[in-house]
Design a protein. Structure first.
Length: 368
């Protein structure tokens, strides 16, 4: 029994020493200014081996860190020979999200442990990487490549979700401008569910030189600019104040993508938040009116057929029933439209006719 315990202890010790060796090798290669093909191969081997060896929290954190950083090491190994495509490979959403999360996790662990290994470098690296992504997004927007710009703004958000809710908003807006309505739905859905929309604050102040109110990226920057006597009259806006408007846009996008039930539900929820919003009222009215009106596409044809078949009672009766069924189907939408705006003359006229055709004269008389 003692031998078995000794063997198990020995195995643990060997594994511990092995993972420490892997970590040392990875740290050494990662710190190099120039990385050779041999270094790259050694890094990959050590990183792969470490995934199965790491047992302590610190080892697990750095095992993940070195694994995620591998694409950046590959890029560094190419040096001046790195192409634009090589750089663009780092801008894939899956990598960007994992990259940003791993940086944050590593910084958080080093803060907890009290041992700064990479914290300062990672804070700077995060800042520079985000600036690079943002710069690309802004350049594409300036070039009116809205669809592509939206992708990069979304990547900025994925990289730093806590601080970059505004980039998600930009992605949503630009997707609409780029007529990428499928992506726009995704971005607006995510925006409405984000911490930014529910808890974010937008900071404004008046530029003393121009007299114009401007948005300032952070509260700290605004304090600094005011102390420098560059800005005055600070004002805060809760991002949640814009939620009904974002919901209105999402409802219209659902309609654009033929997701009718979602469009109706979203308008309903938005109007509960802001019942006096005229744009919301107009949007919801138009949704129901247009849905109802589209159900009358066969009206002219049916009327002509009915008039032409008066000598054939059987056919005449069948067509009359068909017309009645058509009007029955559009009544709910026009009733909803009427409940939203009871002054619209077209709605009143069609709804009266619908009640008359379907044998509901009392309801027709009640419509004013």
């Amino acid at each position: 029994m003692k031998k078995l315990i000794l063997s198990a202890t020995l195995l643990v010790s060997v594994a511990t020493f092995a993972q420490k060796d892997e970590l040392k090798a990875l740290k050494k290669i990662y710190a190099k200014d120039e990385i050779s093909e041999k270094d790259l191969e050694a890094y990959k081997t050590a990183s792969d081996a470490l995934q199965g060896l790491a047992s302590e929290e610190s080892d697990k954190v750095y095992a993940k860190f070195y694994k995620v950083m591998y694409p950046t090491v590959v890029l560094a190994s190419k040096g001046a020979k790195a192409t634009l495509q090589d750089q663009m490979n780092l801008y894939k959403p899956e990598f960007i999200q994992e990259y940003g999360a791993t940086i944050d996790e590593t910084i958080a662990f080093e803060k907890k442990s009290g041992k700064k290994v990479y914290t300062d470098d990672l804070i700077e690296e995060k800042k520079m990487f985000k600036q690079g992504l943002t710069s690309l997004a802004l350049s594409l927007n300036t070039a009116k490549k809205y669809k592509e710009a939206a992708v990069f703004f979304y990547n900025v958000y994925l990289f730093d979700k806590k601080a970059e809710g505004k980039s998600l908003q930009n992605a949503a807006i630009l997707s609409v401008q780029g007529e990428d309505y499928k992506s726009a739905v995704k971005y607006y859905e995510e925006l409405l569910d984000s911490d930014y929309i529910n808890n974010g604050i937008v900071y404004f102040a008046v530029n003393k030189a121009t007299g114009q109110e401007e948005e300032i990226s952070t509260r700290e920057d605004r304090i600094k600019f005011i102390s420098m006597n560059l800005y005055e009259k600070p004002r805060d806006l809760k991002v949640s104040d814009n939620k009904p408007e974002f919901m209105r846009i999402l409802a219209l996008l659902y309609r654009q993508n033929n997701l009718i039930d979602k469009a109706k539900e979203t308008f309903s929820k938005a109007r509960l938040l802001s019942p006096d919003d005229e744009e919301l009222k107009k949007g919801e009215f138009e949704l129901y009116y247009n849905l109802g009106y589209s159900g009358l596409s066969e009206e002219e044809k049916l009327v002509n057929e009915i008039n032409a078949s008066r000598a054939d009672k059987k056919k005449f009766d069948e067509l009359m029933e068909k017309r009645k069924a058509m009007f029955l189907s559009i009544i709910p939408d026009f009733e909803k439209a009427y409940s939203i705006d009871s002054t619209n003359s077209s709605t009143i006229s069609i709804l009266k006719m619908a009640y008359e055709v379907t044998g509901q004269p009392e309801k027709a008389k009640a419509i004013r």
